[in-house]
Ligand binder design. Structure first.
Ligand code: DOR
Length: 382
């Protein structure tokens, strides 16, 4: 496949237009105005298998990831059963063998995600876990977290923390307390590697910046929805805008965007959290989460983040955090295509998004993984 006059995305931004050959059996493409990027890597997704096929399966999740430009995806452990043993991790990997994109798995940090007994990090790593995480829950006290970090540090696996102290609910204090606790734990086990998931508050950023200045191996992520939406979305969309952590204020959104650009926040991760319609109907009981794969790139491109920031946040650092090399996968992006979000056209089973009808500019046209085209968007007419 030859791409004519494509601009390639690298650490320093975009190259001048040039012809690029890819080892893929596909007709040549006039890529004037298009951007070729290494496939994006999503460190945080819920693929719901085993246990919740009404929300998503590995197959539908992987198809949605391909449509969103993610060729490597890390699936969380809050499935049924929880991925907290080596056998379960191996079973997940066996199920993920023939998917269009590369799906990796975390092992739970504690048994059943309950925050009490650490899992067997060594066995989980030997089975293929790429990280450890209780995501969806955070029930650990400081001492248990320190113990779990000690176990994890023996493997070198990063520990992904969902920083929301469960005993404090979803109010801002719950996130600030959990970030403070995570940094305190890392200070006690400085050889561990700790990653903060979905940071949502401006007030968390100085703590993260300070820990980094102190040389701790701390990284942090933000989701596209926390870079875009405020609590106002709840008034308009009700349960569809219910997510953990909650959407916050304008000031938080502005601070998160700044922190992504200045590097206090390292990466963007989707927290793709598909749910069936029935789980999103009632405001009181609705499950938290937003189906995120298929809107992420459009949301980030519409923000017009500097290209080197996109490269760092979506290509380079997610893999650096996992300690894995860049895979030979590619996406072709049209930064100028404008389109309206239509969840009925999602490949994900989860149509739960507060982005319906929003016009985005920037879309993934082609996704190449395993040396073949695994997604090809329809080219808009007119
Ligand atoms: O909104 C969320 N949904 N946040 C999480 O941390 C978990 C996720 C889920 O599993 O649905």
């Amino acid at each position: 496949m030859r791409l004519h006059r494509v601009q390639a995305l690298g650490p320093n931004g975009l190259t001048e237009p040039r012809d690029v050959d890819l080892p893929v059996d596909h007709a040549d493409v006039d890529a004037t105005g298009l951007v070729l990027s290494p496939g994006w890597c999503d460190l945080h997704a819920h693929l719901r298998e085993p246990g919740f096929p009404e929300k998503e399966t590995l197959a539908t999740g992987a198809a949605a990831a391909a449509a969103g430009g993610f060729t490597q995806v890390v699936a969380m452990a809050n499935t049924q059963p929880v991925t907290d043993t080596a056998d379960r991790l191996r079973a997940n990997l066996a199920r993920a063998r023939d998917l269009p994109v590369r799906v990796m798995f975390v092992g739970a940090l504690t048994e059943g995600l309950e925050g009490r007994r650490p899992t067997d990090a060594v066995a989980l790593q030997a089975a293929g876990a790429v990280a450890l995480s209780d995501d969806g829950r955070h029930a650990l006290d400081l001492q248990t977290l320190v113990g779990a970090l000690q176990h994890a540090s023996a493997t070198g696996l990063p520990v992904l923390i969902h920083p929301q102290d469960e005993s404090l609910g979803s109010q801002p204090e719950a996130e600030l307390a959990a970030v403070e606790q995570a940094v305190a734990a890392l200070r006690q086990v400085p050889r561990a590697r700790l990653h903060l998931q979905h940071v949502s508050l401006a007030a968390a950023l100085p703590m993260i910046a300070k820990a980094k200045r102190d040389g701790l191996a701390l990284t942090a992520e933000v989701t596209p929805h926390h870079l875009w939406l405020t609590e106002d979305a709840l008034r308009r969309w009700g349960p569809l805008a219910k997510v953990n952590p909650p959407l916050r204020t304008e000031a938080d959104v502005a601070a998160l965007r700044g922190a992504l650009i200045d590097g206090t926040i390292d990466i963007v991760a989707t927290d793709h959290a598909p749910h069936q319609a029935a789980a999103k109907r009632d405001a009181e009981t609705a499950a938290p989460g937003i189906s995120g794969f298929e809107t992420a790139a459009g949301m980030l491109l519409t923000l017009r983040l500097p290209w080197p920031v996109l490269y760092r946040a979506c290509v380079a650092l997610p893999r650096a955090i996992l300690g894995i090399p860049l895979s030979p996968d590619w996406i072709l992006i049209d930064p100028a295509e404008t389109w309206a979000v239509e969840p009925d056209r999602f490949l994900s089973r989860g149509r739960n998004t507060p982005m319906t009808g929003t016009r985005l500019s920037g879309r993934v046209r082609i996704t190449i993984c395993h040396d073949r085209v695994v997604h090809h968007a329809e080219v808009p007419v007119g």
